[in-house]
Write a protein that binds this ligand. Sequence first.
Ligand code: ZN
Length: 228
Amino acid sequence: MLITCEHGGNTIPARYARLFHGTQKILKSHRGHDIGALNLARYLARHLRAPLHYSTVSRLLVDLNRSPHHRQLFSSQTRVLDRASRAAVLALYYSPYRSAVEKRIVQIIARGHSVVHVSAHSFTPVFNGKTRMADIGLLYDPARRSERLFCTRFQNALSDFAPTLRVRKNYPYKGTADGFATYLRKIFSGTHYAGIELEVNQRLFLDAKLDCGRIRLNILRALTTTFG
Ligand SMILES: [Zn+2]
């Protein structure tokens, strides 16, 4: 298992701070980072003894979960940079992360194993005025047997450990939409690589009435069962 977290933080490197004047509120919101996702990723990696790759640079500088030519690779703050500056952002903050994960997968496969990549994300409970109707989303490519089986088992295990959690597949996004796992599927076959995006509703991390430690534990238990 390999754990990653592309939207783990909302740091803006000093040299780009001028582009983000007056955007503190946005940076702190779900638009700047995936609230709670890095905590979850660290917790899972530690307990599963899985390698972890994460970034704490805000997705508003450059989105590590978008392909190089995607129109949302850069945000409205960074799209104004000239071509050379954008290339510098990619060279410093995008390519090293994406290549390190890719290399890690190559290494695991070279040792004769297959890889289950769990990419930890979180989503805002209300988007464009609409309440999202799930607590956890499992994003995968339905055309890939290994991903389909993994997510079915994972969903069943989650309903055993946490029956009150509403778990949906390919919600609130489709696993085949642009994303890091979608890119990696083009490089690695379904025999060697299964890419799952684990999307957690930020409500589970922000609502003081909920026990987020327990939720993390149940996700860990369900993942462990899925593997066993
Ligand atoms: Zn995310």
